[in-house]
Design a binder for this molecule. Structure first.
Ligand code: GLU
Length: 307
């Protein structure tokens, strides 16, 4: 791990002068206030050892990285039935696109675009109210984050609720096909809450460890998901985790990953480690510019790849 620590520090030092490149997400007003120069990297291996550099312990808005954890919870609750309501094909479209939904009768392409994540969140509301579903999501992430704080950033959640017209459109459109079953406001409220969760790179890397370890959290020994489920989530992350930049990420990094517009990316190196990078400046597809570069360097120098 000493080697990994120097590697992480080296990559951080090489890229730190570029911190601030890209555009901070400003369509969610509360996110626009984040310091664009923040930059953290954390790698947690299967023994729970941490290699970290920069702002790796500063909490940030995890945004769509949350979709990985809600998908995990939904698969546990609904099993394979979930795949009748959401597909597993890359969309090739932006994160908040509505175009495919009409032709495909309200069945979103995959669970990692906004439309699909709204359906996933809808299933988490079955049989209970929004408070219970939201609390379950927070507790799930807390239980996985290796003791790092996990909080809901109320300002981000409110900001998104006030400006989330596109997500409201997606949810209503899907509902018109009957593929959202719970009240729209509840689904949106829980979805905005999951996106507004804040934790650090170290917390998020810890939280992704079960995906690198066949569904078992190696630190606590708890089974989070069956091995096939964990493999499938990794497959969907690989093909769909970065919206219309998913192919580029697979080409450059070669690891399953999930981006968020807060500038975080969670990546999984199966049987080795989970990695989280955070840099709020985004590229054209709404994914972290420096984050992808850092992962590209890390994957190249460790030779971690699923290929
Ligand atoms: N909360 C964001 C939205 O729904 C998530 C998008 C993302 O992180 O990629 O617009």
């Amino acid at each position: 791990m000493a080697d990994l620590q120097s590697l992480v520090a080296e990559i951080h030092a090489e890229l730190a002068p570029r911190a601030g490149e890209g555009r901070v997400a400003d369509y969610i007003p509360a996110l626009a206030r984040v310091d664009p120069k923040r930059f953290g990297i954390a790698v947690v291996d299967l023994d729970g050892r941490v290699a970290a550099a920069g702002d790796a312990r500063v909490p940030f808005s995890i945004q769509s990285v949350s979709k990985v954890f809600t998908l995990t919870m939904a698969l546990k609750r609904s099993g394979a039935e979930l795949w009748t309501r959401v597909g597993r094909e890359p969309s090739g479209s932006p994160f908040n696109s509505i175009v495919q939904l009409e032709a495909e009768k309200g069945v979103p392409r995959n669970p990692l675009i906004n439309a699909g994540a709204l359906v996933v969140t809808d299933t988490l509301l079955d049989g209970r109210g929004p408070r219970a579903a939201a609390a379950d999501i927070v507790e799930t992430l807390r239980g996985l984050a290796g003791g790092e704080p996990v909080e809901t950033d109320g300002e981000v959640a409110d900001s998104e609720a006030r400006t989330g017209f596109r997500n409201a459109s997606l949810a209503n459109f899907i509902r018109s096909f009957g593929n959202i079953r719970n009240p729209i406001d509840d689904v949106l409220g829980v979805y905005f809450g999951q996106c507004a969760l804040a934790t650090s790179c170290v917390g998020l890397a810890h939280a992704g460890l079960y995906l690198a370890n066949g569904g078992v959290d190696p630190v606590t020994g708890r089974r989070i998901l069956d091995a096939a489920g964990a493999r499938r989530i990794c497959a969907v992350m690989m093909t769909c985790g970065h919206y219309d930049a998913s192919g580029d990420f697979a080409f450059r990094v070669g690891l399953p990953g999930k981006s968020g517009v807060g500038g975080g990316i969670l990546a999984v190196a199966p049987k080795r480690a989970a990695i989280c990078v955070w840099s709020p400046g985004l590229g054209p597809a709404g994914t972290s510019l420096l984050g992808a570069l850092a992962l590209e360097k890390l994957a190249a120098r460790t030779a971690w790849s699923v290929f």
